[in-house]
Design a protein around this ligand. Sequence first.
Ligand SMILES: *Cc1c(COP(=O)(O)O)cnc(C)c1O
Ligand SMILES: [Zn+2]
Length: 561
Amino acid sequence: MPLYFYAECLDCGFKTPYDPKKPGCPKCGSLWREAHYNYAVLAQTFLKQIANRPFNLWRYRELLPIQKIIPDLTLGEGGTPLIHAKNLGLMLGLPNLYIKDERQGPTNSFKDRQAAITIAVLKEAGITEMVCASTGNVAISYSAYASRAGIKLWAFLTSLVPAVKMREVALYGTQVVKITGSYDLTKQLAEEFSRQRNMFLDLGARSIPCVESMKTIAFEIAEQISNLVHNHELKDIEPPKTPWMAPDWYIQSVSGGMGPLGADKGFRELKLMGLIEKQPKLGLIQTEGCAPMVHAWRQNKDEVIPVLSPRTRIETLATGNPGRTYTLLRKAIQKGSGGEIESVSDEEAFRAMHLLAKMEGLSVEPAAAVAFAGVVKLFRAGTIKPNEVVVINCTGHTVPVERSMLGEGWEHNIDATAKAVQENEEGLLAALSSVTIDKFPKIAIIDDEPDVRKLVRRILQSQGNYVLVEASNGKDAVEIIRKERPNLILLDLMMPDMDGFSVMDTLQSQPETREIPIIVVTAKELTAFEKGRLKGHIQSLMQKGNFMSDDLLDEVNSLLK
Ligand SMILES: *Cc1c(COP(=O)(O)O)cnc(C)c1O
Ligand SMILES: [Zn+2]
C-alpha cells in the first residue's frame, strides 16, 4: 500500500480508503473520486525509491493504487521509447518534436497501461469476472491481461470496430458482445448487463485505477525529456533547476478523454513534489465527425452536448458523450495547465498517417494519426511555437491498411506466369522494364546541409518515382547538372563559396542548362533585392521548415508535367 493513499470524492469531498469493490462515495454515492497520496513525504523519498528500478510503469508504484506487484501478470507494459521526429520536425520547423511510441506496449496501444494496473487491482481484490465496453483497443488489452489473471471478460463492442480487432478480442477467450449501434449505447448496455448479472464493470474515467494508470505516461515522459535536456539533445533548451522536466505540450487524440485526464494528474503530482517546474499544455485532438469537446470548448461551455450519431471512419474516437471528463479537462486547461482542444478531418488524419510512415518509419492506426494532424494544425495556427518541446502520444498500432487509405499506384504488377514472359529471358527483362528507373524524371537536389538533402530525398523517393542526384556545394552542382541534365533542380540559396544565386546565373548563361526549371528551397528571409534577382529565373520558391511534403510534391509534379 502506498503511503497514506486514499480516495476523495469530487462532489462532497469525503475521504475514504480505496476499495475497488465499492466504486462509489460512501457518503453521497458519486462515482467521481480522485486518488490522493502523501506528496510531502514522497517529495523526499520518491527519487531514491525508484532509482534502481527498471524502466517500466511499475517503477512508480508508490504513486499507484496497488498494494504489491503481481509478477505473473506483467507483459512488459510501460517503458516505451520517446522517439525524435526529426524529419517531421524539419518539415514543420519544430526541432523538438518527440513521439511517445505507445504502439510498443504488449497489445500495441496505450490502453495496456490501463489494463495492466486495473487487472492487477481487480486480481488483488479477488474479482473473477468483469464487463467492459470498448471501441476496440481497451477490449484487446483487457483481454490479454484478463487471460493472465484468470478473469473472465465480457467485452461489449460496437459493430463499427473492424472485424480483425474483434476477432483478436475473441482469440484471447473473451466473450464478445457485438452491438449494432453507437459506442455510447454500447456503454449503456454494458452497464445494464453488469447490473443484471452483478458483475464488476470497468468505469473508465470514473475508475481510480484507470485514471491513475495514465499518470505513468506523464512520469515516463518527464524522465525521458529530462535525460534529453541533460544530454543537450534538445535544440536551444537549457536544463531546468528541478530534477525532471516536462515538455511544453502533451498532445493526444481524444475520445473519452481518460488518457489526458490521467496524464495531466501525473504532471500535476510531479509539480506538487517539486520534480518539474511547470506542467505541459494539453493539446487534445478529436475527429471533426465526433468532436463534442471541441464544440463545447469553442462555445466556452462547461458541459458537452453529446454527438448522437458520430460521422467518422475512425471508430476508436467515436465517443459521442465524454460527459464530465470534458468538464474536468476544461478545468485543468483553464486553471493550470493551459492548452487547446481542436479537431481534424478523417482525411487530414489519413494524410498524417502516410506522412508518419513515409517520413519517420512509424505505421500507426488512424486514431493515433489524428494527434499528428492536430500538431500540424496547431503549429500552423501559431498555437504551438517553433521553440517549444512537443510530445505526441502515439496511441496505437497499425490496423491492416485498407485500400481506401492507400490511393492509386502503390504496386507494380508483373505476371511471371504469362506465356510471353516465360518463353525467353528477354520476355522477363521486358516485363521488368516497366519497373526500372530510366523512364523516371531526374531531379537534382542542391543543398549544403546533409539533413535537408536527406529530408528532400525522402519526400521524393517515398511518394513518387524519380531519379535523384545530389550536390552539396555550388561548384559540384554546376558540374553534375551539366553532366546529368536533370528535368528539375531543387536549389538552396545559402551555400559557402558559390551560392545559389551564382549557380542559377551560371546555369542560365549556358544554352544546354538554361531551360531546366528551378525550385528554390531556402531558409533565408529574402530581401526585396534578392527577390528581384530570382524573379523570372526560377519557377517556384519554398521556405524550409515551413513546407509539408505535399506542398513540395505538388510543385515538383506540376513543373515536371
Ligand atoms: C483509446 C484511444 C484513444 C483515445 O483515448 P482517450 O484518452 O480515452 O480519449 C486514442 N487513440 C487510440 C489508439 C486509443 O486506443
Ligand atoms: Zn461524495
